[in-house]
Design a protein around this ligand. Sequence first.
Ligand code: TRP
Length: 457
Amino acid sequence: MSQSTSSRSTWSSRWAFILVTIGSAVGLGNIWKFSYLAGASEGSVGVFVVVYLACVVLIGLPLLMAEILIGRRGRSNPVAAMLNTARESGNSSWWALLGWVGIFGALMILSFYSVVSGWMVDYFWQSLVKGVQVGTPEEAKTAFETMMADPLRLSFWHTIFMILTAGVIARGVVGGIETANKIMLPLLFLILVLLTLWGAWVGDMPAALRFMFSLKTEAIKAGVVIDGMGHAFFSLSLGMGAIMAYGSYLDRETNIGHTCVWIAAAGAFIGLLCGAAIFSLTFGYGLEPAAGPGLILQTLPLAFTHMPGGRVFATLFFLLVIFAAWTSSISLLEPFVSWLTERFGIRRAWVAWGTALPVWLLGVAVCLSFNDWSEFRIFDRNLFDMLDHLATRFMMPLSGLAVAIYVGWKLGRIIVTDEIRLKQRAFSLWFNVLRFVVPVGITLVFLYELVLRDGFK
Ligand code: TRP
């Protein structure tokens, strides 16, 4: 199945690759998910944040490099890249399964990711045309719940977001993905800096930092440790073939190690910055941080209503979230689209829209799982929670484990050193962390939650 590689696109520079990968990393994960997970783990937020940061450095960074290595070496979509590298290194072609899990897992994530992004588009639109006016926490809650109870409204914005996503992918790797990131990422960063400064000005930044970094270990909640690790995976876009797909368009000269340090550092930094801005507003206006998935939509509009220039900032804030989500969602669609395009030689535009359709449909089911179908539960979770938990708590860490074993133990030193051209000491450090720390770390987190905490419920 080895495909011809001569006609493949390549990012226009090393910086373009760094940009698109940061674009993929920074998304709803950093803004929506981080704040709601941190808020929900009240009492052990510090533990969540520390586990997250430790996992970014000790597990995320090495895996980021390993995934890019596979993509670039295999020079193809995740399935074929696994197959090509497995063949080259004399391993079983069963390893391609990892590619399959990735491309389908990414679509699964995209289905609910697009729905949540739709909430953000809805709030953006409201802020733009009339301003979100909520005077009390109850009003904010009612406003959010009214949206969630309306399947048509949810589906409408979800549809818009899927169109945005597929539209970029249809335009190709350089013309679509790279261009979109080059426009949106600098703007995103600018808005974020502005909002953080302003959040520090009108909000309560010290309280936010105390909240995020207080290590109250006497109350480690069940699920906090696996959530911290899962979040490191989610926020670095790991374990689902997305980074592999992006890595496959990377030129041979770029130094994977140096590049990944930039990506991981920027991802974590922007993540913390978003958290600081959001919690600073939350506490500055005396609001509750533990609101669940609706957190930023229930607390921030209140803060926006009460502050000077609130409407402008609300509009900017939701624009920021949309940019962040958009540059990420395209990396969830790309792995599958690249596979279909390369495997069957179908035109990219057709594949992009054709793939978006079933994902959109699953997303509509997610929209219904909040209202009309909320009775339908699997393991006491609605479809939305189910998809999220399955992906973040299980699929991503387990795929990460498999990637670590594959690159650390199976691929062989010749291929690995040929791709990762680091100085001897840096190389051994990375390689040993990948071989030992990553697998042991993931296993320990699983055992801890499963056996000690029973935190998977
Ligand atoms: N990293 C993105 C975020 O934080 C989400 C994401 C994009 C993702 N691509 C991915 C998660 C691939 C897992 C796998 O919002």
